[in-house]
Design a protein around this ligand. Structure first.
Ligand SMILES: [Fe+2]
Length: 305
């Protein structure tokens, strides 16, 4: 089979605060409210996705960190309790996640034949990271689509942001080719914040919005620079600016998710829809979508090379 394609690329940040403030039945802690503008942004994103037909979500999260190669969840189902290590008071989430192992293996194999180090994660007791859970929950709270979950290879720590970029660009190409071969319609998600300097103390009431603001102005300016490039279809330039942005704002793009996602979309030159920008404990978060159907752009792996 072939002719599959990426129907949308999303930037979908994963602060657990957003799930906490939504009060879904899966999460034990309960909130009064909080971070409404970002949560309403996610509502708009979900509305947009209602009009996009897709079979599977493919997501890369910086909180599944692997130091030797890129790993893929490799069993049909993972079910357990996920507790955020920094915010156990906000996120204790009971998850039950179905995996598209077939597609995961296809991306794995494609990446391997492109020379990347890869591995399937087949330990049934493996605990899925909260970044994957949070972004998937906020994007598709019904959990009615299987996912492909990809780890974040921390080449940024062993080497540099530049090496991370090279590897994630390759992984994005492999993802695109594998999706094309699979015949499936996929939504690819980059699960991360933008600027990531955050407060070191939590306010007494976590959802006290009088305490919420960007950590500093220079960080805000950087975020706006990146978002403007998304709005103007300058994703190649954005990738080129990624190392400096990542260093200057300690951005969560260090995990490679945004580089991977934009590479899988073959660097859109059409504008992203920015559904919202807002801060969470001082970090900058944009919810953005590239709808590849919108203007009849076909993202084909093999044929576009
Ligand atoms: Fe994070």
């Amino acid at each position: 089979m072939s002719g599959g394609r990426i129907v949308a690329g999303l930037l979908a940040p994963h602060p657990p605060h957003l799930v906490y403030a939504e009060n879904p039945p899966q999460n034990e802690p309960k909130a009064e409210c909080g971070w409404e503008t970002l949560r309403w942004g996610y509502e708009r994103l979900r509305k947009q996705l209602e009009n996009i037909d897709y079979d599977v979500i493919v997501i890369l999260s910086p909180h599944w960190q692997t130091y030797i190669g890129t790993h893929f969840l490799g069993l049909n189902n993972f079910k357990s309790l996920s507790v955020d290590p920094i915010f156990p008071n906000l996120f204790r989430y009971h998850y039950d996640i179905n995996i598209d192992v077939e597609l995961a293996k296809m991306i794995h194999d494609e990446a391997e034949s492109d020379g990347l180090s890869v591995r399937m994660m087949e330990n049934p007791d493996f605990r899925v990271d909260y970044g994957t859970i949070t972004s998937c929950h906020l994007t598709n709270p019904n959990w009615d689509k299987p996912i492909v979950s990809i780890s974040s290879n921390r080449s940024v720590h062993y080497y540099s942001v530049e090496v991370m970029q090279e590897m994630m660009i390759k992984l994005g190409e492999a993802t695109r080719k594998a999706i094309w071969k699979s015949g499936k319609k996929a939504v690819v998600i980059s699960s991360n914040s933008l600027s990531h300097r955050h407060f070191v103390n939590e306010s007494e009431v976590p959802e006290d919005m009088s305490k919420e603001h960007i950590t500093n102005h220079s960080q805000y300016l950087w975020d706006m620079k990146m978002i403007n490039m998304m709005k103007n279809g300058k994703t190649k330039e954005l990738i080129e600016m990624m190392p400096e942005f990542t260093e200057q704002t300690v951005a969560e793009t260090d995990g490679g998710a945004l580089t991977w996602m934009l590479s899988s979309l073959n660097y859109p030159t059409y504008p992203a829809t920015i559904h919202e920008y807002g801060t969470i404990i001082g970090t900058g978060n944009a919810i953005a979508a590239w709808d590849t159907n919108d203007e009849k752009r076909k993202i084909e792996g093999v044929s576009s090379k």
